[in-house]
Ligand binder design. Structure first.
Ligand SMILES: Cc1ncc(COP(=O)(O)O)c(C=O)c1O
Length: 382
């Protein structure tokens, strides 16, 4: 099996305190919010900036908008995101969402017209799998590799890739169980067959370190509303030498440029999202993604150790270096009741009790969570 696990024992146990993070997110003091994998609460500083902008939009004068609706803000946001993933700013385009980014990649590679295939897996996002199944119906050769015990086995991936493969598409961190794919090996496999690697990083950007160069990522996309802490728009990374050559721009509009990854942009970007991201990315930078990841690790490590003893089997591989951990739930309604009583929020899916096979609980921890949140969850379920 291959995945990315943290090998440092010190990293797994040492508590990293992120000063002031709890106060920055007032939501955290109203309920035990262990659900950032769905959506991150807004930070106080991002809200202040957006309120100022909304005030200008509501009351004018028009000149007040200049502070927010300007190219400088967008350039800075692009620059900060580029730094976060070790790309050049010219390799980043704005996009409305992760899935829009993935569609732009699928369209721009001319996969179907060239008789090529695309390989993905069932730890990818459900919405992306809807996309792939629809493309399969329209004639595209789509191969969906199955996980083994909630991990990706490279041998299974290797069996599906051949010289006609144009793209391997995966989620760097799976939303299903937080599994971190070994993207370096997957990228090497793609490149050895003349194919490219696309990574959906919405469950990774801002939470785990990303280095597109070291990881061999050719394209990536994400939205900002999860680990990037808000703003409903997204980013598309396209490796410089693939822009306009391997990856053609197929949709055009007022923001499409002749050069750089902005060639894949179409419409006006959300200024409100940009104002939010301008603050949020500065905040993430000030904490440092390595420290954010190190903060999460002891929390998820404890959950993975203690919840199975209470009857919740973990479906996240041991040692997974992400802030997301998922569990099988035998009795969903009883679990839902207990969590509600304890004022704890997770992602709980599935409908009823033991007879229907139960459901699943996904727990995710961000910068504002602490061991007392974990105590509350374990206390509610143990
Ligand atoms: C892995 C993954 N990809 C994509 C999405 C959806 O992204 P977007 O709304 O930006 O298209 C989600 C949302 O939960 C997700 O978890």
């Amino acid at each position: 099996m291959s995945g990315v696990a943290l090998t440092s024992a010190a990293g797994a146990t040492a508590a990293v305190e992120l000063d002031g993070a709890r106060a920055e997110f007032p939501w955290a003091s109203r309920e035990v919010y262990l659900n950032t994998a769905t959506e991150h609460p807004l930070g106080a500083r991002t809200t202040r900036a957006m309120e100022e902008y909304l005030h200008a939009l509501t009351h004018g004068p028009d000149s007040a908008r200049e502070k927010f609706e300007n190219g400088r803000l967008m350039v800075e946001v692009k620059g900060m995101f580029a730094r976060l993933v070790n790309a050049k700013p010219s390799e980043i385009g704005f996009t409305p969402s992760t899935q829009t980014g993935e569609n732009l990649v699928l369209e721009g590679l001319d996969i179907q017209a060239s008789g090529g295939n695309v390989v993905t897996n069932d730890l990818h996002y459900g919405g992306s799998l809807v996309n792939y199944r629809n493309r399969r119906k329209s004639g595209m050769d789509v191969r969906i590799v199955k996980h083994r015990d909630y991990q990706m086995d490279m041998r299974d991936l290797e069996k599906s890739v051949n010289k006609k493969t144009k793209l391997i598409a995966i989620a760097l961190v799976s939303n299903v169980n937080g599994y971190v794919h070994d993207v370096k090996s997957i990228g090497d496999l793609a490149h050895a067959h003349g194919a490219y690697l696309y990574c959906d990083v919405i469950q990774a950007a801002g939470a785990v370190p990303i280095d597109v160069k070291a990881m061999g990522i050719d394209f990536l996309a994400c939205s900002a509303y999860k680990w990037l802490m808000g703003g409903r728009f997204g980013y598309l990374y396209v490796r410089e030498d693939l822009q306009g050559t391997a990856l053609k721009a197929k949709l055009f509009g007022g923001r499409s440029t002749e050069t750089g990854a902005s060639r894949y942009e179409i419409s006006t970007v959300s200024h409100l999202g940009c104002v939010c991201q301008h603050q949020a990315l500065q905040y993430i930078q000030s904490l440092g993604v390595e420290r954010i990841a190190a903060h999460a690790l002891p929390l998820v490590t404890r959950l993975m150790k203690e919840l199975p003893a209470a009857g919740y089997r973990s479906i996240t591989p041991a040692g997974t270096a992400s802030p997301i951990v998922s569990f099988d739930v035998k009795d969903v309604s009883a679990t839902r009741d207990r969590l509600k009583k304890a004022n704890v929020v997770t992602t709980l899916s599935g409908t009823s009790g033991e007879t229907s096979g139960g459901g699943r609980m996904r727990v995710s921890v961000s910068v504002f969570n602490n061991q007392s949140d974990v105590d509350r969850l374990i206390g509610a379920l143990a």
